[in-house]
Design a protein around this ligand. Structure first.
Ligand code: NAP
Length: 316
């Protein structure tokens, strides 16, 4: 391999959350020419998080502040970040990747690091779509302040639900956590915090059947008891849904091995089963998804890309 693609990039990084920005920094430090494509502002999920207390070295830092710091750091090492939405990643017959975007560009490179994260899982109940953005939210930091003094509900029992419920009590008068079982899967420390918060009340063993309301927004929930089958209603001003993330792995054309939930399976270099396609952060199959694990994945991926390209060039 002696020539670079039309766009002259060694690697294309898809997504500019913590994983993407960290990969961009390492790619720059490795003297590779990288292009990072991000549909929104650099920072990804950090921008949906108020305070971060588990990023080692920072006892407490605002999500936007960490996002800004990571972006500046990546740019210091030459990161080129463009705003566009990646629609398809395809390995062409010449072994290079075509990365097609919504703005009509096709960027080419011999390696791709996919750090595109995921999108919130929807409940899929009547009223959810109709009231989205008008009482139904998937982001407490973005929408919490709209519910000052109101009663709101959080649906879910994982880290996101329990943590965000706690966050919402800054604004809301009361926060119900509605969970379909009788125990949370959230980490113990987050559970302890929520149980100690007098504004939080947990409603166990209930699933949401419907989100009701008027054209102005959601007003209430129809619930079903998962043990007795009994129906009930709960009047709330807003409902925040945190029932997991769907990885953005569908961007890749062709088959790359993934787990039952659609997260990419990688080797210890973060390479997927498509040679040259690396995955880092929330899109990758792993035990937990933290900022620290995302940047760890990205570090490995970026360094592995360097070695992969060197090996590729030696065989050409
Ligand atoms: P998660 O851990 O997969 O939890 C999803 C929750 O939603 C579970 O309690 C699940 O119930 C419930 N659920 C799923 N489908 C549902 C449905 N249709 N109706 C009602 N409830 C439903 O997802 P997450 O909380 O978004 O977290 C994702 C990952 O990010 C995790 O690895 C988590 O550790 C990490 N995370 C970490 C932090 C932190 O450490 N500060 C914060 C946020 C997220 P069941 O329990 O009954 O299955």
């Amino acid at each position: 391999m002696t020539e670079r693609a039309t766009n002259g990039y060694d690697v294309i990084i898809v997504g500019a959350g913590p994983a993407g920005l960290c990969a961009a920094m390492y790619v720059g430090r490795g003297m590779l020419k990288g292009l990072t494509i991000e549909r929104g502002a650099p920072g990804g999920e950090l921008l949906n998080t108020d305070l971060i207390e588990d990023y080692i070295g920072f006892e407490s830092i605002k999500g936007w502040e960490l996002a800004q710091g990571m972006t500046e750091h990546a740019r210091k090492f030459g990161a080129e970040i463009v705003t566009d939405t990646v629609e398809k990643i395809r390995k062409a017959s010449d072994g290079w990747f075509d990365v097609a975007t919504a703005r009509g560009h096709t960027y080419r490179a011999p390696a791709v690091i996919l750090t595109a994260g995921g999108t919130p899982v929807k409940l899929g109940v009547p009223g959810e779509k109709e009231h989205a953005g008008k009482g139904v939210s998937y982001c407490a930091v973005c929408d919490g302040a709209f519910f000052k003094g109101e009663i709101v509900a959080v649906v879910g029992g994982g880290d996101a639900a329990v943590e965000e419920a706690d966050y919402l009590t800054r604004y809301a008068a009361k926060v119900y956590i509605i969970h379909r079982r009788d125990r949370f899967r959230a980490s113990k420390i987050l559970q302890q915090r929520a149980f100690a918060n007098p504004k939080i009340e947990v409603i166990w063993n209930k699933r949401v059947l419907e989100i009701t309301g008027t054209a102005k927004g959601s007003e209430g929930l129809v619930l079903e008891d998962t043990v007795t089958g009994e129906h009930s209603t709960l009047m709330v001003g807003g409902v925040f849904i945190f029932i997991g993330f769907q990885p953005n792995s569908g961007l890749v054309e062709g088959h790359a091995k993934h787990d039952a939930n659609g997260y990419f399976v990688t080797d210890d270099r973060m390479m997927t089963t498509i040679p040259g396609l690396f995955a880092a952060g929330d899109v990758r199959s792993q035990l937990t998804r933290q900022i620290t694990t995302a940047v760890g994945d990205a570090t490995t991926a970026a360094i592995a890309v360097e070695k992969y390209l060197t090996a590729l060039r030696q065989t050409d």
